[in-house]
Design a protein around this ligand. Sequence first.
Ligand code: AMP
Length: 442
Amino acid sequence: MKFTDLKLNKSIQNALADLGYETPTPIQEKVFSVVMSGADVCGIAQTGTGKTLAYLLPLINQWKFSKERIPQILVLVPTRELVTQVVETVRSLSAYSELVVTGVYGGTNINTQRIALQPGCDVLVATPGRFYDLAVTNAFKTRGLKKLVIDEVDEMLNLGFRPQLLNILDLLPAKRQNLLFSATLLEEVNQLMNQFFQHPVMIEAAPAGTPVENILQTAFEVPNFNTKINFLKLLFREDASMTKVLVFVDTKKLADTVYESMEQDFPGVIGVIHSNKEQNFRFQTVKNFKEGISRAVIATDIVARGIDIAEVTHVINFDLPPVPEHYIHRIGRTGRADKKGIAISFITEKEKDALKEIQKLMKLEVALETLPAHLVISDELTEDEMPKVHMKEPMVKIPKKEERGPAFHEKSAKNLKVNKRVSQKEKMKKKYGKPKKRPGKK
Ligand code: AMP
């Protein structure tokens, strides 16, 4: 099957030819006919399967020019980076048509986006919160929105976007086509679908939990954080094939710590990205990484989700994610679009259980390798790694209920004492008795 075999408009065919794409990926092929038939779709697809084009191709193919220029297609994605990425893809697909696409996302000035929306658009790509804020303040009309895509829905629910999604579904015309994409079919996704979708057709690109085959996965047992840092530096010094590396860490704080340490040894070629970073900083970090200016980016799960960066050579799990599915998303950043990829995980004693869970989910063993003999093993522990010293709780004996009675009554009686004003005259009378009348005084 070739793209030319699908009933695609000439303008899209031309755009695909410019992009150099000839053959649809399995999910693109399957989604196309279902969407064209008008049915709702639930796509279970990992990143790197070509799912973005899978929903964009049939939707843009069905788009009809309207002078009114109110949005007809809405694509909701969880992060700002994904908004820009999807906007770029829509632009490249519509290079030969008059379709106008606009992207809006939170964390930046809402009024600038309101102005950007004024000329009108046909496709709107948005993060849920910002879409809602703009919609309820009439920055655009929602009545034309007959096609809805919710991409990375599992991640949206993880991020707590459920209330926003429900509010948005309330705003949209009831008669519409819904497309939902998720890497994993969580129970919450199922619920959402049953509530709002009309007999959705399930389309699975690869069974959930199956990692992309062309990723070589290995793991190393590393005793502690400082040794992990030593090992990461050693790999960067000695492995010249590590040219585009995504290093995943669990928290924003850890991301900053690892970044600062790496930046000292490899100045100017390391980036860091997490949700506390300014928007411009995040864009610049991704741009530098895409263009090969930086060699590595230290990232947390949330921001790295869905970002399409071609030819990531290695994914390093500096620590394992607490949710096994996240491991699959992480390693899916490498080995994309038929490129070979390498995933390396650093595992401490504490993380062994997490590795077991991941292996269970993938139904695959990750090869455990031995650390290089010349790696400096640090015995310096971080504050978090120090064994916790538990202070003995000072014993305070709480009296039994029946013992409590009198003491409490005593106290309340004391507390009941009212300060009564006693005059000087009365005080003297109490002390010296009734005053005797002075002789001579009447
Ligand atoms: P996605 O899973 O949507 O994030 O896409 C992963 C990557 O595959 C992107 O860089 C796409 O541009 C690329 N891609 C998508 N569809 C095709 C195709 N049919 N042929 C070649 N590359 C593709």
